[in-house]
Ligand binder design. Structure first.
Ligand code: FRU
Length: 471
């Protein structure tokens, strides 16, 4: 480690110490989600199960509750339920990452853990440089930087970042999020035999390609995975206009299902689908664990103008990651399901059968499982601050919460013919709502009155309701 890096890390820990006890009484601190100790968290990075241990790294600005020179924070776990905070993995100390160790991924090779990330440099005139870099570890905790292994190719602007690396047969592949010189979002594929020398295979998908119209000016955080026999490109496009039920957040996250031809290095794919229907979901990343499950974490937040209105900022922290979700492909769609391990959090089980039309319960950090026996419209109020509706005439599911800036109710909607099952994860300031076995998911932060823990259901539908407190 260079002196400069050691100094930066020391400063970050001073910042953590300074605010350490301030969040003790923060009613919005989450119980079972990963959060930054202080400062701003954004994308999940470097997800991997390495030597049996789950590693989650994350984009982290320890100095401010705003974006800036990003570090990689680090948590480990043996079960994705109990987490340990590890030493800072990467600090932006070198010339090629001066303005941030931006997002990236992890792979294991010859028993070592390799982190790939983007070294972000902002010049004085506002222009950028971008370097795809490697850091290596033998214990999964301490990393040695090996510097840039890929420079910016000629066909793209400096919005070129977020390398995701994987292996197939004896070859390595890297997908990078990029912007073409005429400002179209795209995903670019590279190959390598040794992780250090990379050759461009070209764009495999993008705005204006494969019969797609304009589809954003930049694609961030691409991820190419193989699930249930399909190749799936996850990507977070920027610059899509709202259209019907779709694209109402400032930026989107979604996927294309298709087939990557490893001979021609081309990707045939179907339409883009959004991964989440809520207000706060961006830049997801996946990994495959030892049991072959594909598991996704997302950033339970998004960069937009309401970000700076989150009340946790008063306590010097902002944002969190989602719970881990297993991905399954069914009927041409990606379903997301909370991983089984989360059942370990369950306690105080209550089962209620709804006989009347209204049920009142309570919970702050809780899981609700609703199995419907009779279909029909309904409404669920979460702590009088967020509301989930199903309208059986319109066949719509929608979620409302208060706009963090204006206080006005805002809505996100998706089409769904019926609702037969709901699995809902509530935490002190978050909701993750899995509709029909994870066919649709609504992820949102919300900031209810801390003294209000009421959950109220009313409507035509009949169901069995199981509730656990989670902790
Ligand atoms: C997505 C993103 C990435 C970038 C990182 C910087 O949220 O903008 O493209 O690498 O965040 O923190």
């Amino acid at each position: 480690m260079t002196d400069k890096e050691a100094l930066l890390i020391q400063k970050a820990y001073e910042e953590v110490k300074k605010h350490q006890n301030k969040d003790v009484h923060d009613p919005y601190r989450l119980t079972y989600h990963l959060m930054p100790p202080v400062g701003l968290l954004n994308d999940p990075n470097g997800l991997i199960q390495y030597k049996g241990v789950y590693h989650v790294f994350y984009q982290w600005n320890p100095f401010e509750t705003a974006h800036g020179a990003k570090f990689w924070g680090h948590y480990t776990s043996r079960d994705m339920v109990h987490w340990q905070e590890e030493p800072i993995a990467l600090a932006p100390s070198e010339w090629y990452e001066r303005n941030g160790c931006y997002s990236g991924s992890a792979v294991e090779s010859d028993g070592k853990l390799y982190l790939f990330y983007t070294g972000n440099v902002k010049r004085d005139d506002g222009s950028r440089e971008t370097y795809q870099c490697i850091a290596v570890s033998s214990d999964g905790i301490h990393f040695e930087k090996h510097g840039p292994v890929l420079r910016l190719p000629g066909d793209y602007t400096a919005h070129f970042r977020d390398p995701k690396v994987w292996k197939k047969a004896d070859r390595w592949y890297m997908i990078v999020g990029a912007q073409t010189l005429d400002e179209k979002g795209t995903a670019v594929l590279f190959t390598s035999m040794d992780l250090y020398h990379w050759e461009e295979a070209g764009r495999i998908a993008g705005s204006g390609m494969n019969g797609m119209d304009d589809f954003g000016y930049m694609w961030e955080c691409p991820d190419l995975i193989h699930v249930n026999g399909k190749d799936i490109l996850l990507v977070s496009p920027q610059g899509l206009e709202p259209s019907g039920y779709l694209y109402h957040n400032l930026f989107q996250s979604g996927y294309f299902i298709g087939e990557l031809d490893y001979e021609t290095l081309t990707f045939q794919h179907g339409p883009f689908r959004e991964l989440d229907r809520g207000f706060d979901f961006y830049a997801p990343q996946t990994f495959t664990d030892e049991w072959g499950r594909t598991i996704l974490y997302g950033w339970m937040g998004i960069t937009d103008e309401t970000e700076s209105y989150q009340p946790t900022i008063a306590n010097h922290w902002v944002h969190a990651l989602t719970i881990p979700r297993e991905l399954v492909v069914l009927n041409g769609k990606v379903y997301q399901r909370p991983v089984d391990e989360l059942k370990k959090l369950r306690k105080d089980k209550i089962v209620v059968e709804n006989k009347g039309k209204q049920i009142e319960s309570n919970g702050v950090s809780a899981e609700l499982l609703l199995n419907f026996v009779k279909a029909g419209s309904f409404q669920i109020s979460f702590r009088n601050e967020a509301y989930l509706y199903f309208d059986s005439d319109k066949q719509e599911v929608y979620l409302q919460r208060r706009d963090l800036k204006t206080g006005a109710l805002e809505t996100r909607t998706c089409k769904q013919a019926s609702v037969s099952k709901l699995q809902i994860f509530m935490d002190h300031s978050s909701l993750e709502i899995f509709v029909n076995e994870g066919e649709e998911v609504f992820t949102t932060r919300y900031f209810p009155n801390p003294n209000d823990d009421t959950i109220i259901f009313h409507g035509e539908a009949e169901f069995e309701w199981t509730k656990w407190n989670l902790g």
